[in-house]
Design a protein around this ligand. Structure first.
Ligand code: PLP
Length: 470
């Protein structure tokens, strides 16, 4: 592709992106395809000869697009949002065009320094104390892995990376059962092992860890000769928004000298609004906090900020510094690859910078406040319906509900059938979870272009389809 063609096709892609957004509301949120449909539609062998761009682009529209789930659809109420505000897509285009590697200061000084600045902008936006620094990771999973590795190395006095875990005391990490599966995987990957992730029972409306049980578990483990290393608390768990009492957990962590990582991957965005910050009060005492601007806030995936109260133990865990990566002569410069597991790094700060400037915090706050209010409104509306029950009350913009099955019918099966029927209908998209072992249907609204009308449409679709399946 020469530069003239590059120009032409880039314009074509830009027009396509805007047309796509214009027509999103009319598309089924989830594609109506069977497993293997798309795979079979793609040539089995790679082309030996160059093909014209017209044909490639036409195939994208004909074969790929009908198999996409539309995450930017205003009636996407499943999982959590993965917003890509148009301005962040524009920034991503520039980043892709430059395609710089941003592992060291000198491999892209602007990327490094903008990252430091935008992370600090977000720190201020969330009202985290001065002194917290941070890094933009690809995903919360990576941030949590980095945090668990740091817990491990701190507890082992930095001997784990060198000697491995054989012959070391048995390490223990504590969390509730509401945390995301990325915590399990971090525990597996860092060699601590699932058996040493101690699940603390939860209680209360927000399913918070029982702090007395947490402290008792730490003491018992230590008496049994094991080595408690850290605690992972969550604010806004994926199932029903489970949220720990961070101030109390931090107090336990402090008393026992444990590293505290807080996973607020989804809910962190809402902390730009002062009225929601009570959900993580005490967070300033955490050692590490992760939140994903690529979820609710609108920074195109991927963009996950890990804040660190004291980056030294984090960097000491992850930095390698082989000779060919040494950059001499710049005292105090940051090489962000020493803050993350992968070496190569994308320039993720640009889209955050564009996003925050083009929208301003106040508009983003309004969006989040609207989502929370609409979700609360829908929960209240469903609660009034005789055949529906609210299973978990709204935590920010997330709640879960159940439809009553006919007498004698299995309630779990009925609700799975309902959620599948709703999704096959295509007008909205929801996902299910299990609450205390029973199926519940989740609802969250967080799409950038969602309106109150879209949430009203959700009520119509849910009640209409529930009636039709009985
Ligand atoms: C989405 C989510 C994650 C995982 O985030 P990735 O960036 O996809 O790794 C972890 N924890 C919580 C609470 C989440 O909502």
């Amino acid at each position: 592709m020469n530069n003239d063609d590059f120009r032409q096709w880039s314009r074509r892609a830009a027009d396509w992106g805007a047309d796509y957004r214009d027509t999103l509301r009319d598309r089924p949120v989830r594609p109506l395809v069977e497993p293997g449909d798309i795979f079979r539609s793609i040539e089995a062998s790679p082309p030996e000869d160059a093909e014209p761009m017209d044909r490639i682009f036409a195939d994208f529209e004909e074969k790929i697009l009908p198999g996409m789930t539309h995450w930017q659809h205003p009636r996407f109420f499943a999982y959590f949002p993965a917003n890509a505000a148009p301005v962040s897509v524009v920034a991503e285009y520039l980043v892709s065009a430059m395609a710089a590697q941003c592992m060291l200061w000198q491999t892209s000084p602007a990327a490094t320094e903008l990252e430091t600045r935008t992370v600090d902008w977000m720190r201020q936006a969330l009202a985290l104390p001065e002194g917290f620094s941070g890094v933009i990771q690809d995903s919360a999973s990576s941030a949590t892995l980095a945090a668990v590795l740091t817990m491990r190395e701190r507890a082992l006095d930095w001997q784990g990376n060198k000697k491995g875990l054989a012959g070391q005391p048995r390490l223990r990490i504590y969390s509730s059962d509401q945390v995301h599966t990325s915590i399990d995987r971090a525990i597996w990957v860092c060699g601590i092992g699932e058996d040493n992730l101690v699940r603390i029972p939860v209680g209360g409306r927000f399913r918070a860890m029982d702090n007395a049980a947490l402290e008792a578990a730490i003491i018992a483990d230590r008496e049994a000769g094991m080595l408690p290393a850290g605690i992972i608390a969550c604010v806004g768990g994926t199932s029903t928004g489970g949220t720990d009492d961070i101030a109390s957990v931090a107090e336990v962590a402090r008393r026992h000298g444990l590293y505290l990582h807080v996973d607020a991957a989804w809910a962190g965005s809402a902390m730009i609004c002062p009225e929601y910050r009570h959900f993580w009060s005490g967070v300033e005492a955490a050692d590490s906090v992760v939140f994903n601007p690529h979820k609710w806030l609108g920074a195109q995936f991927d963009c996950s900020i890990q804040f660190l109260r004291d980056p030294e133990s984090h960097v000491r865990t992850l930095a390698i510094k082989p000779d060919y990566l040494k950059t001499h002569g710049h005292d105090g410069i940051i090489n962000y690859s020493e803050w993350s597991v992968p070496l190569g790094r994308r320039f993720r700060a640009l889209k955050l910078w564009f996003l925050l400037r083009a929208h301003g915090l106040e508009n983003l706050r309004t969006m989040i406040r609207n989502h929370v209010a609409w979700s609360e409104g829908l929960a209240a509306q469903l609660a009034k319906e005789p055949d529906f029950e609210i299973v978990s009350e709204p935590m920010l913009s997330l709640f879960s509900f159940r439809h009553k099955a006919a007498t004698g019918a299995d309630a779990d099966e009925h609700n799975l059938r309902l959620v599948n029927a709703i999704n096959d209908d295509g007008r909205i998209y929801l996902t299910q979870t299990r609450v205390d072992g029973r199926v519940a249907i989740r609802f969250q609204v967080g799409q950038f272009e969602a309106t109150a009308g879209d949430v009203d449409a959700a009520f119509v679709v849910i009640t209409e389809i529930a009636r039709s399946i009985g």
